[in-house]
Design a binder for this molecule. Structure first.
Ligand SMILES: CC1(C)CO[C@@H](CC(=O)O)CN1
Length: 430
């Protein structure tokens, strides 16, 4: 084995359809991080080298990529992976090889389970990171009677369970929970029947367009309603692909239905764009470097044809820095004991435990903001709240779950000129 090189494995979703092909931008971001880590000799004399292959966001293919990486030399010290389904499979198996798995693109709440995934860490926040933000907004506007509309996908099912728990803890009543597989018409009708006014919508973007058109047709929009949508759809999501997806509403109708809705999303780019991060570059510097690399790969960035994973690229970049910092910590500790990290092998639990506890306590300012992990390996992240005002997303504020702090810009606009009520208010005529 070539000395002075620490080898890691990587599994990226590049080709294929279905799921998330975010490896398209995340693998180039990892390349930039390796360049920076090795240039800054973070690993005092050692170089970090990545061996990777494409999972297509398919768990079976991801498993075979993992086996290839493990059964072929050189030996790897840990694994990077993306896509919730692939991370579930890889993280569940990797513990048998005493390997830490760091997921840069996995949002499923199911992954926050130390029993099933004892060596999993994520720089990508869990989808449950939205829940405290939504609850905080409901309390701010005194909405204590809400409804939920969700697509029946695992990530949304476990997210709803988290919302239900938090609603109970905060005295917020969920009057109905409607779900649909692909056609939301009946579910939307049931919302109207139950006089739902404040609705949390959990679905992928193709289903979101169907819901929006149903809302228009059944008039579940406008001044009496507040819809919470997920914030990581593209900004103009409600005006595109209408014909291709058989949406029976015009652009104008979709805009009318979309007006005023609120979104929550985890922040993946450090908002202080001129703040120098641990690598010495700002998130703006990183954006420019990444876009140059992506142009060289043939993506038409200037015509806003970004590859999948562009949004999550900082999470992949920061994952490599987390690994490098953790390895550096581990090497320092082992050297004091006259041992070396290169004596790690898949059966050596002792060194694996050092790597685990090093990453567990790693914290730093990355391109994606402050990077730190919870006891379940989850990314601790800020969320951003936006509202569609005159057809465009406007930033309403940020929320920090750690210290329950809401930064609010007082920019919200209500179609009826006042905060919508969470129920029909019967005026008593005296
Ligand atoms: C915000 C999003 C799009 C959520 O899904 C993640 C992929 C996954 O969880 O499989 C990637 N980032």
């Amino acid at each position: 084995e070539d000395d002075n090189v620490l080898h890691i494995g990587g599994i990226f979703p590049i080709r294929g359809k279905g799921g998330w092909q975010g490896g398209q931008a995340c693998e180039p971001a990892v390349r930039l991080a390796l360049e920076d880590v090795n240039k800054n000799s973070i690993l005092s004399g050692y170089q970090l080298k990545l061996h990777w292959n494409d999972s297509e966001c398919d768990p079976g293919l991801g498993a075979s990529v993992m086996y290839d990486l493990l059964y072929n030399k050189p030996q790897k010290l840990m694994l990077l992976a993306g896509c919730s389904t692939v991370c579930t499979t890889v993280a569940e198996a990797a513990k048998m090889w005493n390997l830490v798995v760091l997921c840069y693109g996995a949002s499923s709440p199911a992954l926050s389970d130390r029993n099933r995934f004892p060596t999993l860490f994520r720089t990508h926040p869990s989808a449950t990171v939205h829940s405290p933000t939504r609850i905080t907004l409901m309390k701010k506007f005194e909405w204590y009677r809400i409804a939920i509309l969700q697509q029946t996908e695992e990530v949304f099912i476990s997210t709803v369970e988290d919302i239900e728990t938090r609603c109970k803890q905060n005295g917020i009543e969920i009057i109905t929970r409607q779900s649909f597989v692909s056609d939301p018409a009946d579910a939307v009708k049931n919302l109207r029947r139950q006089d739902a006014r404040i609705i949390v919508g959990l679905f992928y973007v193709v289903a979101a367009r169907k819901v929006l058109c149903e809302m228009y047709k059944q008039q579940l929009y406008g001044k009496a309603y507040v819809w919470f949508f997920i914030g990581w759809y593209k900004d103009n999501w409600f005006e595109v692909n209408l014909k291709e997806e058989g949406i029976k509403c015009t652009k104008k109708e979709m805009r009318i239905a979309a007006e005023g809705h609120i979104t929550t999303e985890a922040l993946m780019w450090n908002q202080n764009v001129n703040q120098k991060t641990i690598s010495g570059q700002t998130s703006e510097d990183f954006r420019k470097r990444l876009e140059n690399v992506l142009r060289l790969e043939g993506y038409a960035i200037d015509r806003h044809r970004y590859p999948e994973g562009y949004q999550e690229a900082p999470l992949a970049y920061d994952a490599v820095w987390a690994v490098a910092l953790a390895f550096n910590k581990t090497m320092t500790i082992l050297e004091k004991q006259g041992k070396s990290i290169t004596s790690f092998n898949y059966n050596n639990k002792e060194i694996a435990d050092h790597i685990y506890s090093a990453i567990n306590s790693t914290q730093f300012l990355g391109i994606s903001g402050w990077v730190a992990f919870s006891s379940q390996g989850d990314r601790i992240a800020l969320t951003q709240i936006e509202q569609v005002i005159n057809g465009k997303y406007v930033k309403l504020g940020y929320y920090d779950t750690q210290d329950d702090n809401l930064t609010w810009f007082d920019k919200e606009k209500w179609i009826g000129g006042k905060v919508p009520q969470d129920r029909t208010v019967i005026r008593r005529v005296l």
